[in-house]
Design a protein around this ligand. Sequence first.
Ligand code: CU
Length: 70
Amino acid sequence: MSKTLVFDVQGMTCDHCVHAVTEAAQGVPGVTAAQVDLATNSAKVEGEGFDVAKIIEAIKEEGYEAAVRG
Ligand SMILES: [Cu+2]
């Protein structure tokens, strides 16, 4: 079953950041789509069977902080 999760992402300042975070999230196995929004510092991730920790890690590797929006 597919699921959608929203992450808070800290440190994004421009479209380049948005692109980097989008690519990072989409690179995680199981992720089918990522919608990153600079105005709300959020990343909406859709997919099936993805590992939440791996998404946070991938975003961190790009230089941003991420946490599941609770
Ligand atoms: Cu930037």
